[in-house]
Write a protein that binds this ligand. Structure first.
Ligand SMILES: Cc1cc2nc3c(=O)[nH]c(=O)nc-3n(C[C@H](O)[C@H](O)[C@H](O)COP(=O)(O)OP(=O)(O)OC[C@H]3O[C@@H](n4cnc5c(N)ncnc54)[C@H](O)[C@@H]3O)c2cc1C
Length: 639
C-alpha cells in the first residue's frame, strides 16, 4: 500500500530549507567514490544535477536520447529565468516570488517547495553568471531583467530570446568538465524504456541504444529522472518533437505515483497553426508582451490589413479586462481570453484562430533598435516562419500546448514513491500548482539540479555506503529487459497500414478538443471513448518499417505514442475527478460570472496522485492535502 508522505519540514517557511539541510545526512568523500547514480536527461535539470553530483565525487552515468546533451529541449527556452534579486529596487523579495507563484498556480502547489524554489533562485543566477552565461546587462553593467506575466516586478534575467540555450551551454560546459575528469560517463542516443526496482528500491534502468537497437542494462545505487514534460501528447505543441512521457510513465507503471496529470499549460503566444502539415508550433516568448500589445478588431470578421485598422477600431481586450496587469496577465488568463475573443468571432487571419501582438507603439516610443536589442532573434524567427516582418505589422499569435505542471509525485526531497528514484525539473509535479508563471521553469529545473537534489540524495545514499555495485544480472533486470523486448516485438508484429504520426496527430486532436484549454464532464467522457477506440486501432493498424535491431526512428516514435495513449487516459481521468476550475485546468461547469476559473478549496485543495493498476484499469487516487499557512487562500484576481 503506497503511503504519501510529503516530508515537509516543520517551522517557519523561511527557515524550513536551511534547517532541513542541516539535518540531512552526508556521505563522506571516500564513500561517494563507491556510489553510482544514474541521471536520465541532460536538460537544465539533468545536466545541472549530473555535473553537481560528479563534482561532489559520485560516479554518475548520464543519459539522453539526443546525440549531445546540448540538444536537450531546454535549449528552446526563450524568455528568461526568474530570481528574486530585487536589482530594480521595485520591492521584489523571496517572499514575493513565492507569493506570485502560489497565486499564479491558483493555490494548488505545495507552499514549502515553492518557497524553497524562490529561495534558491538567487543562487542559480549567481551560479550561471559565474559560469559565464551572457545575461543582458544594464547601462551600469549590472544584470538587467524584465517582467513576465502574472507579476508586477521585474525579476526575469535573460539573454535576448535565447536564455535556455545560453544557460544550457553554461551547464553543458560544467558537465563536459566532469565527463573529462571521468566522474560522469555520458550515454547519448539512449532511450530509457524502464526503471529496474530491486527489493522495493530503484537500482537501474533499461535503455535502447538508438543506433544499434541493443537493449542495455545499467545499474546504480539511485536513479534520477530529469526527462522533461509530456506536452507533446497534444502532437501540436511548442515543445521539441522528441519530448515524451516514456521514462516517467515506465516509473509510474513500476509504482511511482503520477500527480496532477491534467494540469497542462497552454501558452498564449504561439505562432498559430498555419496548415495541416505542421507537426510543431513555435513559441513567441511571453517577454514580448512587455512591449507588444494584444488586440483584435472591434468589428466581428474584420478582414482588413491590421495596419489599416485605426486605434478606435481596436479592442485591446487584455488591457480592457485586466487593467492592473494588462498584457502581462498570467498565461492561463491570456490564453482563455484569446480563445474567448476568437470563439466570439473576432479572431483574425484566414482561420479566425489568432489575435494580434503589436509592437507599433513600443517601436514609436523606444525606437526599432531598442526592440531589436531585446527581441531581435524572436522577430527573425517569426519572419522566417510566416514571411511577415513584425517590425512593420503585428504578429499573429494563438494559444498552444506548452508545459506540463503534472508529473511524477515527489516529496520535499524530490524522491518519488519508489525509494531511490528521484524526479527533478519538468518531469516532477512540484512547484507550479495548476499554472506555471513564466520563467519559473528554468529557475526550478536549475534549482532542483544544482542546489536541492545534491543535498537530499545524500540523505538516502548514506544508508547505501555498504551496498555493493548493482548486479545487472539480477532477476529484476532480466524481467524488465524481457518486458521491454516483448513490447517492442508486439509493436513490430502489428504490421498494419498506418504511420505512427497519423495516430499521434489524431490522439493529439482528441486531447486538445476534449481535455485542452476548456474541459467539461461530457466532453471528457467523449474524449475517453474516442481515445479508447483510437488506441485499439493503433494496436491493430500501426506499421513500423525496418527492424528493431538498427536505427529505427519510426519504432522510437511508436514506443512514445503507445505511452501517450496511456498518459492521455490518465489526464482525462484526472480532469474528470477535479470538479472545479483552477489555473490552466478550466472546467466549463465551474466559472465565475465574469468567465474566470472558480476554485473549490473546500473539496479540491489537494494534489491528486494516481497509482497505476494496469493498462486501461481504473487507477487509484491518493490525495495530498494542501495547507496554506503562509499565503492566504483567496480568489485570484488580476483586474
Ligand atoms: C519553446 C519554449 C520556450 C520556453 N521558454 C521558457 C523560458 O523562457 N523560461 C522558462 O523558465 N521556461 C521556459 N520554457 C520551459 C522550459 O524550457 C522547460 O520546462 C525546461 O527546459 C525543462 O527542462 P528539463 O531539464 O526538465 O527537461 P528538458 O530540457 O526537456 O530535457 C529532457 C531531457 O531528458 C531526456 N529524455 C527524455 N526522455 C528520455 C528517455 N526516455 N530516455 C533518455 N533520455 C530522455 C532528453 O534527452 C533531454 O536530455 C519553455 C518551453 C518551451 C517549449
Amino acid at each position: 500500500m503506497i503511503k504519501l508522505d510529503s516530508k515537509i519540514p516543520e517551522g517557519p517557511i523561511a527557515e524550513k530549507w536551511s534547517k532541513h539541510k542541516n539535518s540531512l545526512r552526508l556521505v563522506n568523500p571516500a564513500n561517494k567514490k563507491k556510489l553510482e547514480i544514474i541521471v536520465v536527461g541532460t536538460g537544465l535539470a539533468g545536466a545541472s544535477a549530473a555535473s553537481s553530483l560528479g563534482e561532489l565525487g559520485y560516479n554518475v552515468k548520464v543519459f539522453c536520447f539526443q546525440d549531445t546533451p546540448r540538444r536537450a529541449h531546454s535549449v528552446a527556452a526563450q524568455g528568461g529565468i526568474n530570481a528574486a534579486k530585487n536589482y530594480k529596487n521595485d520591492g521584489d523579495s523571496v517572499h514575493r516570488l513565492f507569493y506570485d507563484m502560489v497565486k499564479g498556480g491558483d493555490y494548488r502547489a505545495r507552499e514549502a517547495n515553492v518557497y524553497r524554489a524562490a529561495e534558491v533562485s538567487n543562487q542559480v543566477i549567481d551560479h550561471y553568471t559565474a559560469l559565464g552565461v551572457p545575461f543582458a546587462r544594464d547601462y551600469g553593467g549590472a544584470l538587467d531583467n524584465r517582467s513576465f506575466g502574472g507579476v508586477q516586478v521585474s525579476r526575469t534575467f535573460y539573454a535576448k530570446g535565447q536564455t535556455g540555450q545560453q544557460c544550457l551551454l553554461g551547464t553543458y560546459s560544467s558537465l563536459s568538465r566532469q565527463i573529462a575528469k571521468g566522474r560522469v560517463k555520458m550515454y547519448s542516443r539512449r532511450d530509457m524504456l524502464d526503471v529496474v526496482v530491486i527489493d522495493g528500491k530503484a537500482r537501474g534502468i533499461i535503455t535502447r541504444n538508438l543506433i544499434t537497437g541493443e537493449i542495455e542494462r545499467h545499474g546504480a545505487h539511485a536513479v534520477v529522472l530529469a526527462t522533461g514534460g509530456y506536452g507533446t501528447v497534444f502532437y501540436l505543441s511548442t515543445l521539441a518533437l522528441g519530448s515524451n512521457a516514456t521514462a516517467a510513465w515506465s516509473a509510474h507503471k513500476k509504482g511511482a505515483l503520477f500527480a496532477n496529470p491534467s494540469f497542462i499549460q497552454i501558452h498564449p503566444t504561439s505562432i498559430p497553426v498555419l496548415n495541416d502539415y505542421q507537426c510543431k508550433l513555435t513559441l513567441m516568448s511571453e517577454s514580448l508582451r512587455n512591449d507588444g500589445r494584444v488586440w483584435v478588431p472591434k468589428e466581428k470578421g474584420d478582414k482588413r490589413h491590421p495596419n489599416s485598422i485605426t486605434e478606435e477600431e481596436r479592442d485591446y481586450y487584455l488591457e480592457r479586462r485586466y487593467p492592473a496587469f494588462g498584457n502581462l496577465v498570467p498565461r492561463d488568463v491570456a490564453s482563455r481570453a484569446a480563445k474567448e475573443r476568437c470563439d466570439a468571432g473576432y479572431g483574425v487571419g484566414d482561420t479566425g484562430l489568432s489575435v494580434y501582438l503589436d509592437f507599433k507603439d513600443s517601436i514609436a516610443k523606444q525606437g526599432q533598435k531598442a526592440i531589436q536589442d531585446k527581441y531581435g532573434n524572436l522577430f527573425e524567427m517569426y519572419e522566417k516562419i510566416t514571411g511577415i516582418n513584425p517590425y512593420n505589422e503585428p504578429m499573429r499569435i494563438y494559444p498552444a500546448g506548452h508545459y506540463t505542471m503534472g508529473g511524477l509525485w515527489v516529496d520535499y526531497n524530490l524522491m518519488t514513491t519508489i525509494p531511490g528514484l528521484y524526479a527533478i525539473g519538468e518531469s516532477n509535479f512540484s512547484d507550479h500548482g495548476a499554472n506555471r508563471l513564466g520563467a519559473s521553469s528554468l529557475m526550478q529545473c536549475s534549482g532542483d539540479g544544482y542546489f536541492i537534489l545534491p543535498y537530499t540524495i545524500s540523505d538516502y545514499l548514506a544508508d547505501d555506503i555498504r551496498t555493493p555495485k548493482t548486479d545487472t544480472n539480477h532477476l529484476e533486470f532480466e524481467r524488465a529487459e524481457k518486458e521491454v523486448k516483448d513490447r517492442i516485438d508486439r509493436l513490430m508484429a502489428v504490421n498494419g497500414t498506418q504511420t505512427t504520426s497519423s495516430f499521434h496527430k489524431r490522439l493529439g486532436k482528441i486531447l486538445w478538443d476534449h481535455c485542452g484549454m476548456f474541459r467539461n464532464a461530457e466532453g471528457l467522457k467523449k474524449g475517453r471513448e474516442l481515445l479508447d477506440q483510437l488506441e485499439e486501432e493503433f494496436w491493430k493498424e500501426i506499421k513500423i518499417p525496418g527492424t528493431p535491431d538498427e536505427l529505427n526512428q519510426e519504432l522510437e516514435k511508436a514506443i512514445k505514442v503507445a505511452d501517450f495513449f496511456e498518459v492521455g487516459r490518465l489526464m482525462i481521468e484526472d480532469a474528470l475527478a477535479r470538479n472545479e476550475s483552477c489555473g490552466a485546468h478550466f472546467r466549463e461547469e465551474y466559472q465565475t460570472e465574469q468567465g474566470e476559473a472558480k476554485r473549490d478549496d473546500a473539496n479540491y485543495a489537494y494534489v491528486a496522485a494516481w497509482e497505476y493498476h494496469g493498462h486501461a484499469k481504473k487507477p487509484a487516487l491518493h490525495k495530498e492535502p494542501l495547507k496554506f499557512e503562509f499565503v492566504e487562500l483567496k480568489e485570484r484576481s488580476y483586474k
